[in-house]
Design a protein around this ligand. Structure first.
Ligand SMILES: *Cc1c(COP(=O)(O)O)cnc(C)c1O
Length: 390
């Protein structure tokens, strides 16, 4: 595989494929980030990101991976010893919980089986029992990238409201933003966390917070140490078109281009529909293969990725290795508790029918090569669905 012909198939659920025109948009001289042209770039990308988050509130952009925006959400709003309510939907919820713990927050981490999203009734039950108001924030991962399960944010919002609980509501949309419908304002989310390298079709390196007025007000009383991630300083600079420190200029060129594609050319609704359609075709292939989808609740199937369980006694990482070596395709590994048990097909970002056909073909050939028991016909089931639902 020293010099394989053709393109690599990058079908992990992020980083996702970067469109050629986004790569071209980055391939430009870095400009003066204090100069006059830069202010327009700042305004363009902030305006576009507000449309993607579906918010009229403040959005900030950090030169950081998604993990930075996770931390920013907490250090701007909370204080040492504050209680936060979280749910073990999978590896990413577990990692975010780790940050909260490191920062000195008291995390009530509700156990989960990695096959379901956050149960809105469980949210209501925990909040109703919190008569002393210990819980300062409810933190949920919208699309759990380790399992392919999408939690129902609108229903969780209703659950919080049903108790009249004042906790801040924070949602990680790193693998759903720009792929799965999401509404920061309508669902009254206080802090939404986003990242560049998944549905936004960019390389890694940018992350985002959308910030409600209530979350912004919480900065006044929050006492966790906060400097690089300080929203107030960022928002103040952004109002003039600039950043408090050097932004990731070329990634912002890329963001402006991808926003043009998502908002002006394709339209978010058609982007979401495309993701749902590819996800459904993928699930039809998995069922025809006789394999099991990790997500157990059809209302929570992810549009971004599908995690697939292998029969007992078969190692998903060996399958992935064989597919990489023979077919030059990367699939997502099983993370954390499901390592070796599942592999993940990313069908998000810059992706079309024939890329899905190629991806599923590589999986089916890999299943043959690895000697995993399955039924043929998965590809045809997917192609029939795509052809019948153009
Ligand atoms: C990828 C991902 C992250 C982590 O982002 P990094 O950019 O690796 O820091 C967090 N949450 C979710 C849901 C993700 O998919």
């Amino acid at each position: 595989m020293s010099n394989p012909a053709g393109r690599h198939f990058l079908q992990i659920p992020g980083p996702s494929n970067v469109p050629d025109r986004v790569l071209r948009a980055m391939d430009m001289p870095t400009m003066d980030h204090r100069g006059p042209e830069f202010a327009q770039l700042t305004r363009d990308v902030l305006d576009g990101m507000k449309q993607v988050f579906k918010t009229a509130a403040d959005v900030v952009i950090f030169p950081a991976s998604g993990t930075g925006a996770w931390e920013a959400a907490l250090v701007n709003t909370l204080s040492p010893g504050d209680g936060v309510l979280m749910f073990e939907t999978g590896q990413f919820a577990t990692l975010w919980k780790g940050i909260a713990t490191d920062l000195g927050l008291k995390v009530d981490f509700v156990e989960g089986d990695w096959r379901h999203g956050v149960d809105p009734d469980a949210v209501a039950a925990r909040l109703a029992a919190d008569s002393e108001g210990q819980i300062k924030a409810v933190m949920v991962v919208h699309n759990e990238t380790s399992t392919g399960v999408t939690s129902r944010i609108a229903e969780i919002r209703n659950a919080i409201d049903s108790c009249g609980h004042p906790a801040l509501f924070m949602v990680d949309t790193i693998s759903s933003l720009g792929s799965i419908d999401y509404r920061h304002d309508e669902w009254q989310v206080d802090v939404t966390v986003g990242g560049s390298q998944k549905g936004l079709m960019l390389p890694p390196g940018l992350s985002f917070n959308a910030i409600s007025a209530k979350a912004l007000a919480a900065t006044e009383t929050s006492t966790l140490p906060c400097s690089y991630w300080n929203w107030q300083a960022m928002i103040k600079s952004n109002q003039t078109g600039y950043f408090p420190y050097t932004p990731a200029t070329n990634l912002l060129y890329a963001l402006r281009e991808s926003l043009k594609m998502l908002l002006d050319e394709q339209g978010l609704d058609s982007v979401f529909a495309r993701h749902q359609r590819h996800a459904e075709a993928t699930r039809r292939a998995v069922r025809a293969w006789g394999l099991e989808i990790l997500c157990q609740n059809p209302d929570e199937y992810s549009g971004s990725l599908t995690a697939i369980l292998l029969p007992d006694g078969h190692d998903a990482d060996q399958l992935r290795q064989l597919i990489l070596e023979r077919y030059n395709m990367s699939l997502g590994t099983g993370l954390g508790k499901v390592q070796g048990r599942v592999f993940r097909i990313g069908h998000l970002g810059d992706f079309n029918d024939l890329m899905l056909a190629g991806t599923l073909s590589g999986v089916e050939m890999g299943l043959i090569g690895a000697g995993i028991p399955f039924h043929k016909g998965g590809i045809n089931a997917a192609l029939d669905y795509l052809a019948d639902n153009p």
